[in-house]
Design a binder for this molecule. Sequence first.
Ligand code: HEC
Length: 140
Amino acid sequence: MPATPLAGCAAWFAIGIALSIAPASASEDAGRCQFMVSCGTCHTAEAGALHRQGPNLHGNFGRKSGQVANFKRSDAFANPNLVWDEPTLEKRIEDSGVMLPGTNMAYRQRDPEKRRLAIPYLESLKPQVWRLKWQKPFTA
Ligand code: HEC
């Protein structure tokens, strides 16, 4: 069977649990895995990766909502005027339909542990902006 990213996650968890090693990178990897499992069907998070059904969330943490370039969002999402910090993301993924009714993100995560893994992972993805001084900053 070809090694899939998720199989890699499972193996990592198994090794991590068996040996109880490297707690800092363990939580980082657990967060990345949780993001891939919970959000990865509809979102990418690597710099420059393509949008899926939802926008690429790289560098989105701490930004105003609806700023992701080249992504056509729904009318319901036109101007929610939010900042994606921990409390807003928490509400958003706990039940996206309650927080912002009518958007194209039909998602609900009832397990607080899983929310607490995925959100810090997004926070850890600092925007990587490479530019020359005469170029305008670009956002991923
Ligand atoms: C079933 C697909 C789907 C899943 C699963 C999903 N999303 Fe989304 N998400 C979307 C879509 C579609 C949008 C755009 C909403 C719109 O335009 O109405 C979106 C938008 C967002 C936005 C707003 C981005 C912006 O433009 O400011 C955030 C933040 C977000 N999702 C976070 C998450 C997180 C975190 C998870 C996992 C815990 C997740 N989503 C899981 C489909 C999904």
